[in-house]
Design a protein around this ligand. Structure first.
Ligand code: FAD
Ligand code: EPU
Length: 350
């Protein structure tokens, strides 16, 4: 493992922000990671764990050490013993447990599952980033969250170098939330995640707004997991910008939850305001609020709001992290003034 100095992070964050890291190391094994965390450099230079950089905004150069996770591997296992199984070993119980190293690209893994006929993650197709980051905010899309197929994970505790197993309960998953964003923030590095997937009688999720119309447009009435993947990819490609072309980190803000009373009051002024019942109230569509406030397709030099999805802030070229943050602040102030609602950022500001 090599520790490099003054490394450009431009290609390692999907916003495409042109910043550098004081130190930089790439981790290919758990042993590399434990070794790095036993060195003094970690005490003097705060570590930042970087996956695919698709949920991060660098506000400036990073003065610590960026640790990029590049571990690979997908294995079927016996969840009790942790023993690796070969295709022939597995008796057909209708489910499979799959252990995935943190550095595997998320969507390659989803494609692999669909090709193998393993169901559960197909609605989460085309989400950028790595498997190891997926539990951090419990990624979600089109009616499914990662937690729905989560079995367990193993993480290294930064302070001691010890490996700790977390089951689903310990991860405290919520909407774009987990233990790793709350009490466990910055304390662990996720090494691998085990998913529980179905091999037959898949439970399909097609109730999310645009999914059935998309499947119908594709001429599909009784979809399978591969059809759902195809439909999700088509919808996502129609509204979300490709970070290879326009810098972005997906939704910049979370969708806010408000009380039923507040929702009913707002609906008097905005009868078409979408709202979805969730435990604790009504979840609003922040993209709708931002569009109503007039920001959709807004552009100011190199920063802007995506033309097809107002929840996505974009870097049209040479925007800095500060430029994006200034625009985000203007937007959240305007939503606060117009609707008296506070938007919380989804993206991790570094
Ligand atoms: P990074 O951005 O590298 O890191 C995110 C956070 O996790 C950081 O705090 C980092 O320190 C930490 N972290 C990363 N790896 C580890 C690890 N191994 N151990 C401990 N901490 C770690 N998200 C959704 O939920 N749903 C969507 O539909 C969705 N769509 C998107 C569409 C686009 C076009 C883009 C650009 C982003 C989208 N996202 C979406 C956000 C993003 O893809 C996810 O949050 C993804 O899980 C981030 O993965 P990453 O590897 O890029 O994480
Ligand atoms: N809407 C607008 N204008 C917009 C954007 C959205 O009116 O510019 C309205 C839509 O018409 C729809 C509602 O808002 O009625 C919801 O829109 P959409 O289905 O596009 O989803 P979203 O709520 O904007 C969330 C996630 C996405 C995820 C999609 C699909 C959050 C913060 N975002 O977006 O996740 O892909 O649902 O499930 O929850 C991400 O987290 O980075 C992300 C992209």
């Amino acid at each position: 493992m090599q520790i490099k100095e003054h490394v450009s992070l431009k290609k390692l964050n999907t916003f495409g922000i042109d910043v550098t890291s004081r130190y930089f190391a790439e981790i290919r094994t758990a042993h590399d990671l434990q070794n790095l965390f036993s060195q003094d450099i970690i005490l003097d230079y705060p570590p930042l764990i970087l996956g695919g950089g698709s949920n991060i905004l660098f506000a400036g150069d990073y003065s610590g050490i960026v640790i990029h996770i590049a571990t690979r591997g997908v294995e079927m296992i016996d969840p009790e013993s942790g023993k690796v199984l070969s295709e022939g070993d597995s008796s057909d119980t209708g489910e499979v447990f799959v252990r995935v190293q943190a550095g595997e690209p998320w969507d390659d893994f989803v494609a692999h599952c669909v090709n193998k006929g393993w169901g559960g993650l197909e609605n989460l197709s085309l989400i950028p980033g790595q498997v190891g980051s997926s539990p951090i905010q419990n990624i979600g899309a089109y009616g499914v969250e990662m937690k729905d197929c989560f079995h367990s994970l193993v993480a290294m505790e930064k302070k001691t170098g010890k490996l700790v197993t977390f089951n689903k309960e310990a991860c405290q998953f919520g909407y774009r939330d987990s233990f790793f964003k709350q009490q466990g923030r910055d304390l662990y590095v996720i090494l691998h995640v085990t998913f529980r997937l179905t091999t037959r009688n898949h439970q399909l999720h097609t109730s999310y707004g645009s999914l059935i119309p998309e499947l119908k447009a594709m001429g599909i009435n009784t979809p399978g997991i591969a059809d759902i993947r195809k439909a999700v990819i088509a919808i996502r490609n129609s509204k979300l910008p490709d970070p290879e072309i326009i810098g972005n980190a997906g939704s910049f803000f979370k969708n806010p939850t408000i009380s039923i009373e507040t929702f009913e009051r707002l609906r008097k002024n905005w009868p078409d305001m979408p709202g979805f019942p969730v435990p604790g109230g009504i979840k609003l569509a922040a993209g709708w609020l931002i569009e109503k406030a007039g920001w959709k397709a807004y552009r100011e030099h190199h920063v802007g709001v995506h033309q097809h999805q107002a929840l996505v802030l974009v870097n049209h070229g040479t925007a800095t992290g500060q430029d994006i943050l200034r625009l985000a602040e203007k937007i959240s102030n305007s939503i606060n003034q117009q609707f008296d609602i506070n938007l919380e950022t989804e993206v991790n500001i570094i």
